[in-house]
Design a protein around this ligand. Structure first.
Ligand SMILES: NC(=O)c1ccc[n+]([C@@H]2O[C@H](COP(=O)([O-])OP(=O)(O)OC[C@H]3O[C@@H](n4cnc5c(N)ncnc54)[C@H](OP(=O)(O)O)[C@@H]3O)[C@@H](O)[C@H]2O)c1
Length: 310
């Protein structure tokens, strides 16, 4: 069969098209595109079917494991696909590693190093127990996330655009510095001992619960990340779709009860907003995948992320 590969502006990406066998998969086509262009390796390519004039909705994305014939729709000899360059790709593990490494280094730097003299504070710094515990709590959290990235999560997406590394690092590193600056500040006023203990104890419980949620998610997939999306079950997943996000939000609430800074609460609200948006998408996807039709199980009634509100 002949496959014509065009860019979104209609320009031919491979001059004269590509000739492939009848049983060729989308993955085979991607390999040929890479061999011919020498630039666009498979994970950099997004192939879609052309959108018919006047039609609304998103274009169909070709799955690399599927046979090209499955996308032919009647004409078995010719297929046109639309190519998009997704840009330089990095693995999800690399992306997560870099975004978490920043806060893991920046926060202790504010605690240990005499940085505040560069902000005009020359005097001796008195370090409160709350600041010490906060530093350990913070480092434990980001160390845990790096460990989970490498040893727990079974990602389905192999790669992400390099530009996301810069975007995500900007988010995590800036917030890390913003919170570290205020919690370790020489003029920081700690909360009462009881409030600090309640905050950290609650936060640690939520971090352990968050780890357990990640273990449950891990068990939904095979070792190579195979198995697609399943209905998460057990523990808090019996009540909330994104129990891992719920426990993540609450562990930051615990940190903020114990340290009480505007910076910490701002981060908490922004992170909760981002995770709520993602949780709504994940909840919708699970409801669509498990619709109870044609033998598929029906997704049980659950809160999305923050019961009893959402
Ligand atoms: N503070 C913040 O701003 C913030 C923001 C986001 C996340 N986080 C933290 O980072 C953690 C990881 O974030 P994330 O967004 O990568 O989490 P996630 O997508 O909910 O899940 C983590 C892993 O489980 C897999 N998974 C999720 N639902 C699944 C299902 N129904 N069936 C099979 N596998 C499933 C995911 O696969 P896929 O590879 O297919 O997605 C991913 O590998 C969060 O749980 C949270 O603790 C913090």
């Amino acid at each position: 069969m002949r496959v014509t590969v065009v860019s979104r502006s209609g320009r031919e990406v491979i001059k004269g098209g590509v000739e492939l066998g009848d049983s060729a998969t989308v993955g085979d086509l991607q390999e040929v595109i890479y061999a011919r262009t020498k630039k666009y390796y498979p994970s950099r390519q997004r192939l879609t079917l052309p959108v018919q004039p006047g039609s609304i909705g998103r274009p169909v994305i070709l799955s690399s494991k599927k046979a090209l014939r499955g996308y032919c729709d009647g004409n078995e000899d010719n297929l046109t696909v639309v190519f998009k360059d997704l840009g330089i790709q990095v693995s999800y593990r690399i992306l997560f590693f870099w975004e978490y490494l920043g806060p893991l280094i920046i926060y202790p730097a504010f605690y240990y190093l005499p940085l505040y003299k560069y902000f005009g504070y020359e005097g001796e710094r008195v370090i409160h127990p709350a600041q010490t515990y906060a530093m350990y709590y913070w480092c434990f959290h980001y160390f845990k996330r790096i460990m989970e990235t490498f040893f727990i999560h079974r990602f389905s997406h192999a790669t992400s655009p390099l530009s996301n590394v810069f975007r995500n690092c900007a988010y995590y590193w800036t917030f890390g510095a913003y919170i570290a600056y205020y919690v370790n500040h020489p003029l920081y006023t700690p909360v009462s001992d009881l409030q600090m203990k309640i905050g950290f104890a609650f936060g640690i419980v939520c971090q352990v619960a968050n780890f357990y949620c990640h273990k449950l998610l891990r068990n939904l997939r095979g070792p190579e990340g195979s198995g697609g999306y399943q209905i998460p079950r057990g523990f808090l997943f019996n009540i909330v779709t994104c129990a891992n996000y719920t426990t993540e939000i609450y562990q930051w609430v615990g940190f903020n009860i114990a340290t009480q800074t505007v910076a910490g609460y701002v981060f908490n609200i922004v992170a909760a907003g981002i995770m709520t948006d993602w949780a709504l998408g994940k909840h919708r996807r699970l409801k669509k995948l498990f619709d109870g039709k044609d033998g598929r199980p029906k997704y049980p009634r659950r809160w999305v992320i923050l019961p009893p509100f959402l």
